[in-house]
Design a protein around this ligand. Structure first.
Ligand code: GCO
Length: 254
């Protein structure tokens, strides 16, 4: 038995948004550190391809659109039944829209809030009820953003959802500590994913990101994964309600 405080052996993790980008990098890292891993996303083909990259004894895929928040508890309970239980929940599924604040429609704002915030609450509630039943502790890791902390023009809906996610993380941490559930967040800076592809292809924007990042590069999904492993592991048992920014130094700079 691996006695390292970073070991996840014997644990089962569920990663939403786990079929690509940051979510897939986290799923792979959790597997490499001993966890069995379930990934949930919308696209069955992407899920099948992602599962082949998971180096763990047992891996599962679940296709579901978390925007349909009314069925999340049912889906989570089915996942628990199939996997035998979920010890670690990584909430990575998310979306963004880029539009002038004055142009944001109610529908698009509500869609972003639904996937980035309401869905996280619903699946975390299901996770909590599962752990109240088992009496065992667990770990929730929410994937935030620099926009838990600050905003830029055209991202009001996304930034509002990520600001809310940080306060939801802190709220659940203080309420669910009594159940032995740690709730923390990882805050990626500008990371090279499909979500940010249009930004990387914009020379002016790309120059701005590099100028604001002391380490002088875009992050990679793998840069986020190690922090998620730490927050999923016993090494972080006395940490809850925190956010760790993996931002290349962005927030440290004036
Ligand atoms: C944007 C980007 C950001 C990044 C990330 C930064 O439109 O500025 O999409 O939102 O994705 O969240 O931490």
């Amino acid at each position: 038995m691996n006695n390292s405080p970073f070991s996840l052996s014997g644990k089962t993790a569920l990663v939403t948004g786990g079929s690509r980008g940051i979510g897939l990098a986290i799923a792979k890292a959790l597997a490499e550190n001993g966890a069995d891993v379930a990934i949930l996303a919308r696209d069955k083909k992407r899920l099948a391809a992602a599962k082949k990259q998971l180096r763990c004894k047992k891996a599962w895929t679940f296709a579901y659109d978390l925007e349909k928040t009314e069925r999340i508890e049912k889906i989570f309970n089915a996942i628990v039944k199939e996997t035998g239980g979920i010890d670690i929940l990584v909430n990575c599924a998310g979306a963004t829209i880029r539009a002038k604040a004055e142009d944001i429609t109610t529908e698009s704002f509500e869609n972003i809030m639904n996937i980035n915030l309401t869905a996280v609450l619903k699946i975390s509630q299901a996770f909590c009820r599962h752990h109240i039943k088992t009496g065992e502790g667990g770990k929730i890791i929410n994937i935030g953003s620099l926009m838990c902390h600050g905003a830029r023009p055209t991202t009001a809906a996304y930034a509002a959802s990520k600001g809310g996610l940080l306060m939801l993380t802190k709220s659940l941490a203080v309420e669910w500590a009594k159940y032995g559930i740690n709730v923390n967040a990882a805050g990626p800076g500008y990371i090279a994913t499909e979500l940010t592809k249009p930004l990387r292809e914009d020379k002016k924007f790309n120059k701005w990101v590099i100028s604001k990042t002391p380490l002088g590069r875009w992050g990679q999904p793998e840069d986020i994964a190690a922090t998620a492993v730490f927050l999923a592991s016993p090494a972080s048992d006395f940490i809850t309600g925190q956010i760790i920014y993996i931002d290349g130094g962005w927030l440290a700079a004036l």
